[in-house]
Write a protein that binds this ligand. Structure first.
Ligand code: GRF
Length: 204
């Protein structure tokens, strides 16, 4: 069994897409836990309805624990193979990145390395893409390193946005791609088909 931890902050539509993959995989892939920086969020409801344990970074903070030490031991205890950031808004502390090198991936709603970095999340990304009159956008799955949206790119898919009338319209088009691309790549990880060769990432 291949176990993942999903980090979320809000709506949880990518989590839903991952859970579809889980059921298609007949539980060969499992979501071991869902972690959020919020105490409550719609994504937590989705997790609870699927009987997946949830942990809140803020709640742990309130309890006075050393937040990410706690998160680290939860992930270790659950024997998580891959950490998936699906709309998680906080920066992952260096200590966690060092401990899970090449085991943390993120989905970004634009074609990196453009339109990424600190503060580039949610509708802000699509607004910036719209304002530049960019003709093609898309989604990027990449490794997480110590710098925002900077890790090596694993997969990208693009969409024509030459006729859109608003950033919201771009968001809608890109979200559809995210829901396809992220589960696809998680499946490839579970099959050992994401490899690094000659300093590049290949999905077999
Ligand atoms: C997605 O667009 C993701 O790429 C971005 O935040 C959004 C999260 O959406 N980083 P959801 O919570 O998965 O619905």
């Amino acid at each position: 069994m291949y176990k993942i931890a999903v980090f979320v902050s809000g709506r949880g539509s990518n989590l839903k897409a991952i859970l579809n993959l889980v059921s298609q995989s007949k539980n060969a892939i499992q979501v071991g836990c869902v972690i959020s920086d919020k105490i409550e969020c719609p994504a937590f409801e989705i997790a609870k309805n699927n009987e997946i344990p949830t942990y809140s970074v803020s709640q742990i903070e309130q309890k006075g624990y050393q937040t990410y030490n706690e998160i680290y031991s939860i992930i270790e205890k659950l024997e998580i193979d891959l950490i998936v950031l699906a709309g998680f808004l906080k920066k992952i502390p260096d200590i966690l990145i060092e401990k899970f090198e090449n085991k943390i991936i993120n989905i970004h709603p634009a074609l990196l390395p453009s339109f990424g970095g600190k503060g580039m999340f949610g509708i802000k990304v699509h607004q910036a893409v719209f304002d530049k009159s960019v003709q093609v956008s898309g989604a990027t799955v990449h490794f997480v390193d110590k710098i925002y949206d900077n890790g090596k790119i694993i997969a990208q898919e693009s969409v024509d946005i030459s006729n859109v009338k608003s950033p919201e319209e771009i968001a809608e088009k890109v979200l559809k791609i995210e829901h396809k691309l992220l589960p696809q790549i998680i499946l490839k990880f579970s099959e050992g088909k994401v490899i690094e060769k000659n300093n590049r990432i290949y999905v077999l």
